[in-house]
Design a protein around this ligand. Structure first.
Ligand SMILES: Nc1ncnc2c1ncn2[C@@H]1O[C@H](COP(=O)(O)OP(=O)(O)OP(=O)(O)O)[C@@H](O)[C@H]1O
Ligand SMILES: [Mg+2]
Length: 258
């Protein structure tokens, strides 16, 4: 399975991806997380040390360009057919979780990270996967990157939404764009949900039931402030990570018994 995540800025995309990665690991699956946010912080969230050891994917494009004999200034990018062998150098692994980082590749002028996104898209399309493997793509906020088609290689998109009008508006916009790039499954995931009123507000605003509701958890805030990995948190999550995984597995035609 290849799962991407989107949503308005700061709604909890990275947090939810990290908790989902943990659940997938617990079911014995092999998990590769790709941090495609130009300001990456998945490594801290997961508590992965020595992230500097991992070469950013941005480097990979240079390497691939060299191997493919790309001439400077050429608008074309050719991927080396040996890309799979190369992936290893760009991963860092800890406690069975593999992480790749896109790198801070966008320019101050808002230049396009097109080559990197091209590699990402290719990788997503080309990668793997056995039933036992999952790729999770954490992304920057907003809708712009959907236009670049990076997520088109994903087979599921999770759209994180918090109980606010503006978050719902963004979530609906993202769904529309995701439908346009024909991602087979698109689901909403509620976050920072405190009570039934919040759930009802989300259901009504979205016009459908989110596949999971993550509570507003003091434990998550405390961990973040103390710079502790949030994936060490067990309490206060109301089984939301498990529910999310069950919904994903059911959607894949697998058993929800996890
Ligand atoms: N359920 C939750 N309960 C309490 N705090 C949360 C919860 N989810 C996320 N947070 C906190 O909210 C902040 C933003 O979360 P996170 O970084 O996961 O969002 P994001 O959508 O990935 O942000 P960005 O758009 O910057 O990538 C973090 O400080 C995180 O610890
Ligand atoms: Mg994030």
């Amino acid at each position: 399975m290849k799962i991407a995540i989107s949503g308005k800025g700061g709604v909890g995309k990275t947090t939810i991806m990290a908790l989902l990665a943990r659940e997938l690991r617990r079911t014995g699956r092999e998990v590769l997380i790709i941090d495609a946010d130009p300001s990456p912080h998945m490594a801290e969230t997961l508590g992965i040390r020595d992230i500097e050891r991992a070469r950013p994917i941005a480097d990979m494009t240079k390497l691939l360009a060299e191997r493919a004999g790309k001439t400077p200034g050429s608008p074309f990018y050719q991927l080396n057919p040996q890309v799979d062998d190369l992936l290893r150098d760009f991963m860092i692994e800890q406690d069975g979780l593999k992480l790749m980082v896109l790198g801070a590749v966008q320019t101050a002028e808002g230049g396009c990270a097109c080559p990197e996104n091209h590699v990402l898209r290719k990788m997503l399309k080309k990668l793997l996967l056995t039933a036992n493997q999952a790729v999770l793509l954490d992304m920057e906020a907003g809708v712009e990157h959907l236009g670049r088609g990076t997520v088109a290689g994903a087979d599921q998109l999770l759209i994180v939404v918090i109980p606010s009008r503006s978050s719902i508006r963004t979530a609906l916009k993202i769904r529309k764009l995701a439908e346009d790039v024909q991602i087979p499954r698109i689901s909403f995931v509620g976050n920072l949900v405190r009570d039934e009123e919040d759930k009802t507000f989300l259901r009504q605003g979205l016009g459908e039931e989110p596949v999971a509701f993550f509570p507003d958890a003091a434990a998550i805030r405390r961990a973040e402030r103390a710079e502790k990995p949030i994936i060490d948190i067990e309490d206060e999550l109301d089984r939301a990570p498990q529910q999310l995984l069950e919904a994903i597995l059911n959607g894949c035609g697998e058993s929800g018994d996890v």
